[in-house]
Design a protein around this ligand. Structure first.
Ligand SMILES: NC(=O)N[C@@H](CC(=O)O)C(=O)O
Ligand SMILES: [Zn+2]
Ligand SMILES: [Zn+2]
Length: 346
């Protein structure tokens, strides 16, 4: 196969940041994706509908002229989010989901939830209105090993939550373990998951063998090969519960290549190409379109995109770095390496 045409994909988990960083990264997503669910972990976080709508305007203003990319906005859930804020979000028609960050779990999560039972009123409103709760699914207990935090989250947080709110739409974001893939596959239809390209392509050896490679460091952290295989099986299974979410998380080169480097992989510039690589390696490239372009809108109850993109088999080298905010550079995942598939028309 030398060309592959798909319904235009969407990105159901994307960090665009703000200001100069937003201006530097938004085009990379807009040229590939029809829509994206925009993460609210700005500093300060996007906790109100008013802030989400203002952020949406800044994203639209940063887009290249003529772009039809649609940012789908989210609210950042806190211990104090009132049910009325969820109602306002719903009434806006422009806020699609609410994001749970356990306090301290990841980048810019300091204002996150300390105890999810404090959010029961807001979550009950979401359940009633059909607004999905997107979750960074890791516990933050200092006693729990970083490689176990996702599996423990399922037992301690997710299962009890779904018992209290059985009709709640939940997206288990950026799943990284066999436990998460199995849980989602066995759950009712209101539970879905996003999977990143980097968790489909790499395991923790890629990050740690032969030297520590900070550009592979993201949260939840890369796991062992058995888990990567389970994620690949889930993504290529054809199940409508699994869909594309890059978790492209830009950080300046200096903030990654540091004694205390930030978590996040920058994957927007070659998102669909990374996924095509992973699906082809798994012998399932014919399943890419469902995962990338159909399952996400179906889960969210939105129409599928009506236009297409074409990938061509044409090896190309990823740049070593790209311009970022304030004169800094940003290093994409697999910088300097060659990918076999390329988005046509570039
Ligand atoms: N994935 C990451 O490693 N980082 C994300 C936050 C997140 O999605 O957890 C970021 O905002 O940098
Ligand atoms: Zn996260
Ligand atoms: Zn993220």
């Amino acid at each position: 196969m030398t060309t592959l045409t798909l319904t235009r994909p969407d990105d159901w988990h994307l960090h665009l940041r703000d200001d100069q960083a937003l201006a530097a990264v938004v085009e990379a997503s807009a040229r590939q994706m029809g829509r994206a669910i925009i993460m609210p972990n700005l500093k300060p976080p996007v906790t109100t509908t008013e802030q989400a709508l203002a952020y949406r305007e800044r994203i639209l203003a940063a887009l290249p002229e003529g772009s039809r990319f649609q940012p789908l906005m989210t609210l950042y859930l806190t211990d104090n989010t009132p049910a009325e804020e969820i109602e306002r979000a719903h009434a806006s028609g422009l806020v699609q989901a609410v994001k749970l960050y356990p306090a301290g779990a990841t980048t810019n999560s300091d204002s996150g939830v300390t105890d999810i039972t404090l959010c029961d009123d807001a979550i009950a409103a979401m359940e009633r209105l059909g607004i999905p709760l997107l979750m960074h699914g890791e516990v933050t207990d200092a006693e729990i090993d970083i490689f176990d935090r996702e599996a423990v989250f399922i037992e301690q947080v997710l299962k009890p939550l779904l018992e209290r709110h059985p009709a709640l739409k939940v997206v288990f974001e950026h799943i990284t373990t066999a436990e998460a893939a199995d849980f989602v596959a066995a759950a009712p239809a209101n539970v879905g998951a996003t999977i990143t390209a980097h968790h489909l392509l790499f395991n923790r050896n890629h990050m740690l063998v032969g030297g520590i490679r900070p550009h592979y460091y993201c949260l939840p952290i890369l796991k062992r090969e058995r888990h990567r295989q389970a994620l690949l099986a889930a993504a290529t299974s054809g199940s409508p519960k699994f869909f594309l979410g890059t978790d492209s998380a830009p950080h300046a080169q200096g903030d990654k290549e540091s004694a205390c480097g930030c978590a996040g992989a920058y994957t927007a510039p070659a998102a669909i190409e990374y996924y095509a690589t992973a699906f082809e390696q798994a012998g399932a490239i014919e399943r890419l379109e469902g995962f990338a372009s159909h399952h996400g809108p179906d889960f969210y109850g939105l129409p599928r995109n009506s236009d297409t993109v074409t990938l061509v088999r044409e090896p190309w080298q990823l740049p070593e770095s790209l311009p970022y905010a304030g004169g800094a550079r940003i290093v994409p995942l697999m910088a300097g390496e060659t990918l076999e598939w390329k988005l046509a028309g570039e």
